[in-house]
Design a protein around this ligand. Structure first.
Ligand SMILES: [Zn+2]
Length: 298
């Protein structure tokens, strides 16, 4: 576990996931009130709590969720157990699944199969401890503000948080994955994924002119606008390749081959190892799924 300061009041916690560092960045924001963004699945939570203790945080007011995918939010129940005054804050489309995760787990089982158990125990939380966000809402932590920005696309329940005095934006998965040991930006998109909404959300994030971008996967970087722009271009490219491929009746394998020809970052990631290749396939499948859905609905 490690804690890295971004500003005097914002830090990133890296709690290992089954021994692996650099998997999920959990962010701590401290005003008179304290908030944690994305505590991760249950196996990460003890490390997050340890980090809070180390930094002198004994009382937590908010568990803020950028979206309710298991790798970001599945351990929320454990945070609420440890911090009896904490409230979860999430998009209204996600709130029901946080309260009763049955359907979410069934959908995740379809995607992850047996690997689902790696996310650890998932429990529902009492409805009265879940606050539903509104778009543009400001949370006042006492001396520090956080604006909620709805950013659908990666999921329908994706939202980002913006801290206006420092210009740090916490994007969850709305601006792609940027694994620090690879330096390659790529979508990390399980189905259902909507690239058109994702692109709109990126433009919306850019309208705030953030200075620092804080990724969930992984780390924080000072060139927020350039990274958002780069991911916008990439999202549009993947969307076009997937749509053209579907239109031409190509197989996923053929569309993959076209994609890695056109996108140097996808090519680089797929070329690193099998895991990189799987990651490109995994997300491309969602772009293709969207293209097929779009074709059917036209
Ligand atoms: Zn996600």
């Amino acid at each position: 576990m490690s804690v890295e300061a971004i500003t005097d009041t914002i830090s990133m916690i890296d709690s290992p996931y089954h021994g692996r560092r650099g998997v999920l960045g959990t962010y701590l924001i401290r005003g008179e009130k304290s908030a944690v963004i994305d505590p991760g699945p249950a196996p990460l939570v003890p490390g997050v709590i340890e980090a809070l203790e180390e930094t002198g945080v004994t009382h937590l007011d908010y568990v803020l969720l950028t979206h309710i995918h298991l790798d970001h939010a599945a351990g929320s129940w454990k945070m609420l157990e440890a911090y009896p005054d904490a409230t979860i804050h999430c998009h209204p489309r996600g709130a029901g699944h946080v309260i009763d995760p049955t359907r979410l787990l069934a959908a995740a089982r379809e995607i992850y199969g047996d690997a689902l158990k790696e996310f650890g125990e998932v429990r529902g939380v009492p409805a009265e401890r879940v606050a539903q966000s509104t778009d543009g809402e400001t949370l006042d932590l006492g001396g520090i503000l956080l604006e909620t920005i709805w950013t659908p696309g990666h999921s329908s329940h994706s939202q980002s948080y913006f801290e206006p005095s420092s210009g740090v934006v916490f994007v969850g998965d709305a601006a792609g994955h940027y694994p620090e040991n690879k330096g390659v930006l790529v979508p990390g998109s399980p189905p259902p994924h909507n690239p058109a909404k994702a692109a709109d959300s990126l433009l919306k994030l850019m309208s705030y002119e953030p200075k620092t971008i804080a990724y969930s996967h992984f780390g924080f970087y000072g060139d927020a606008m350039a990274l958002l722009e780069r991911f916008l271009v990439q999202t549009r490219l993947w969307d076009r390749v997937a749509r053209d491929g579907v239109e031409a009746g190509l197989s996923l394998k053929d569309i993959f081959d076209l994609l890695v020809e056109e996108d140097p970052e996808a090519r680089e990631l797929a070329g690193i190892d099998e895991e990189g290749k799987r990651a490109v396939y995994f997300s491309l499948k969602s772009f293709v799924g969207y293209a097929k859905w779009l074709r059917k609905s036209l």
